[in-house]
Design a protein around this ligand. Structure first.
Ligand code: 3PG
Length: 395
């Protein structure tokens, strides 16, 4: 981005791919529950706006099916972005149609325009290169330059991430640069001891990253819904807890390979149902009642995990330890997060739910080394995969 700013952008149209895929409050439709991703792209937008560029911002929101769907409109995000920028954000009610074309045409120097959800167009996510390419042609027509600051989406081979940069002079935004630098450091030269904390619901989603990280880490702490498949593989009964039956033998193999480096909970908070009002109690992992499900790691596990974290020089954390959105099941995630803030080393919070947990639990964001805006993207980076959005910028 500095290179582009150095060339001078006053009066030029700059297309910024941002990741404004923010979570909304389930109880209050239209109310953004965590605007961290919008805040993260502000430096890029402000720099371009203040340099007099005509800034065209594009993002996806959720997973609509390639057609307009009011549930996934970016309209509330445009309002929030305007508040954060302290200047109006013009909103186009389509992505490449009449509204967008007219708004791009009349955009003035230093103004910011947000296009409607990219995924309202089947060309955005199509697996067919020609279909994606045709949509990318329409987007590219809007601008002179392309800036990718959507780190959360760089692992998607989508038109706005992969094909538009092939059609315009392209630049990495400051957020993408920072994220890639941090993840490169953690994956290539982590200072030891290196502790990884994984949570979230499914082992299958994390299998590739576990396999890639196992040879590199000193300890891999596993909490969240995914720990129950590991516990089952160790021979424990897990009651009604989340279980991926088809992954039990894979977990058993991982445990055997790990040679003690995978650390599992020793107790859990077991509840009668998935609800904040559910009757719940702490259960040792050898005594999870058949009619209960584990919704958080227990206090002894939190202490065990905190102890393993305390000596680390590098920590990477992805995925909550429990259903932190419900107060009775937030203590494990809070305890682990607090332990991470105290290390005498470098910590990375890997995107998505864990970043949202840091903010919604009111933890001090500055106490972490880096809070990534990309959940899937940071995991795929650590898996060693080529990220299409980064590859497109490197070309
Ligand atoms: C994310 O939330 O991880 C990014 O915004 C990408 O969203 P996606 O998983 O729907 O592609």
């Amino acid at each position: 981005l500095d290179d582009l700013l150095g060339e001078g952008v006053s009066g030029r149209r700059v297309f910024v791919r941002a990741d404004l895929n923010v979570p909304f409050d389930k109880a209050n439709p239209g109310v953004i529950s965590d605007d961290g991703r919008a805040r993260a792209v502000l430096p890029t937008l402000i720099a371009l706006r203040d340099a007099g560029a005509r800034v065209i911002v594009a993002s996806h929101l959720g997973r609509p099916k390639g057609a307009p769907d009011p549930k996934f409109t970016l309209a509330p995000v445009a309002t929030r972005l305007g508040e954060l920028l302290g200047s109006d954000v013009i909103f186009a009610t389509d992505t490449v149609g009449a509204s967008a074309s007219a708004a791009v045409e009349s955009l003035q120097d230093g103004q910011v325009l947000l296009l409607e959800n990219l995924r309202f167009n089947e060309g955005e996510t199509s697996k067919d290169d020609a279909v994606r390419g045709a949509f990318a042609d329409e987007l590219a027509k809007f601008a002179d330059f392309y800036v990718d600051d959507a780190f959360g989406a760089v692992h998607r081979k989508h038109a706005s991430v992969y094909d538009v940069p092939a059609r315009l002079p392209h630049y990495a935004g400051g957020l993408v640069v920072k994220e890639v630098e941090v993840l490169r450091k953690v994956s290539e030269t982590p200072e030891k001891p290196y502790v990884v904390v994984l949570g979230g619901s499914k082992v299958s989603d994390k299998l590739a990253v576990i396999q890639a990280l196992l040879p590199k880490v000193d300890k891999l702490l596993v909490g969240g819904g995914m720990c129950f498949t590991f516990l089952k593989a160790q021979g424990h009964e897990v009651g009604k807890s989340l279980l991926e039956t088809e992954m039990i033998s894979v977990c058993a193999d991982l445990l055997a390979q790990a040679d003690g480096r995978i650390v599992l909970p020793v107790d859990v908070v077991a509840a009668t149902e998935f609800s904040a009002d559910a009757d719940h109690d702490i259960a040792d992992i050898s005594e999870i009642p058949a009619d209960r499900l584990g919704l958080d790691i227990g206090p002894r596990s939190t202490a065990l995990f905190a102890d393993a974290i305390s000596g680390a020089k590098t920590v990477f954390w992805n995925g909550p330890m429990g259903v932190f959105e419900l107060a009775p099941f937030a203590a494990g995630t809070r305890g682990v997060a607090e332990a991470i803030t105290k290390i005498d080393g470098f910590s990375v919070v890997g995107g998505g739910d864990s970043a949202a947990a840091v903010r919604t639990l009111g933890l001090d964001e500055s106490a972490f080394g880096h809070i990534s805006t990309g959940g899937g993207a940071s995991l795929e980076y650590l898996e060693g995969k080529t990220l299409p959005g980064v590859a497109a910028l490197e070309k």
